[in-house]
Design a protein around this ligand. Structure first.
Ligand code: GLU
Length: 280
């Protein structure tokens, strides 16, 4: 089983179309079904009309998929249970520093960063000072829960990811290094999960055997492999496809001028035009 897993925070654009076609190509090559997962853990940004637009766009592109469509927001209890299991193993801890406080504490140019370029979390005491960290711990305010990555990586042992080519043919196992990510957030203050925890739980729940997604998520696979190992989940094979870049050289997005598929359709482009343009 393969999956296309968009977030319903906006309209799909050419970058999403490429991901849909890459999934379709591998699904056809392996004669496996493709399903859809709505990654809507960010309740402040997810909108039902975007979810409907996603379903309409996939149909317009002419890509077949099988249900049931999974919505992450329907599975918060599962993510809570996984977090409880990690808590019981002493592998997660609460943290209170805000994203802004972490960024401010890491302003020097040499400050360590994760593979996405975000400052590495150094611990509440280092960021806030011991007294303020203790005050927040005692205050009962909501916490984010972070993975003790050093312990987690040690418990998991050496990790690899199984890589496949665009047709799903095995390319071998690539060593991955979750330590580069530091103590990642597994549950946010406002949501009982994070992308990393939800994606490994859902890939297992949906029996995903092959993950096809953009190469911006290649490094994050190290975090997914450590979580899969700790939670006893099966490991899919991975293919990370090229990205379409915007005018600013960054991954195509609404903010760097991506036209939505709906807008391209309104301009008179056909699904066949889009397939041709993307090389499918
Ligand atoms: N929801 C993620 C995105 O829209 C994709 C996550 C994944 O494929 O693992 O970029």
């Amino acid at each position: 089983m393969l999956r296309f897993a968009p977030s319903p925070n906006g309209l799909l654009h050419l970058g999403h179309a490429l991901s849909i076609f890459a999934n379709e190509r591998m699904a056809q090559a392996l004669a496996l079904p493709l399903t859809v997962r709505i990654e809507d853990i960010d309740r402040s940004r997810a909108r039902p009309e975007f979810e409907q637009a996603i379903v309409d766009d996939i149909a317009w592109l002419g890509v077949a998929w099988v249900g049931p469509m999974r919505r992450q927001a329907d599975h918060f209890a599962d993510y809570r249970a996984a977090l409880r299991a990690l808590k019981a193993n002493g592998l997660v801890y609460p943290s209170f520093a805000t994203r802004r406080e972490i960024a401010e504490a890491c302003r020097e140019p040499g400050a360590p960063r994760d593979p996405d370029g975000a400052p590495l979390y150094a611990g509440d005491a280092a960021i806030l000072g011991e007294a303020e960290a203790a005050r927040r711990r005692a205050s009962g305010q909501p916490a984010a829960w972070r993975l003790r990555m050093a312990e987690a990586a040690e418990r998991a042992g050496p990790l690899t990811m199984a890589c496949v080519d665009a047709q799903g043919c095995p390319l071998g196992a690539l060593p991955v290094d979750p330590l580069a990510w530091g103590d990642v957030v597994l549950a946010r203050k406002d949501t009982p999960t994070s992308y990393h925890l939800a994606v490994v739980m859902d890939d297992a729940a949906q029996s995903i055997t092959h993950v096809v997604r953009g190469e911006d998520l290649l490094a994050a696979t190290a975090v997914h492999r450590v979580l899969q190992t700790l939670l006893g989940l099966p490991a899919p094979a991975y293919h990370h496809h090229r990205l379409i870049l915007g005018e600013d050289g960054r991954k195509l997005s609404k903010s760097n001028g991506a036209k939505s598929l709906a807008a391209l359709r309104a301009d008179g482009m056909s699904a066949a035009d889009i397939r041709r343009q993307l090389g499918y």
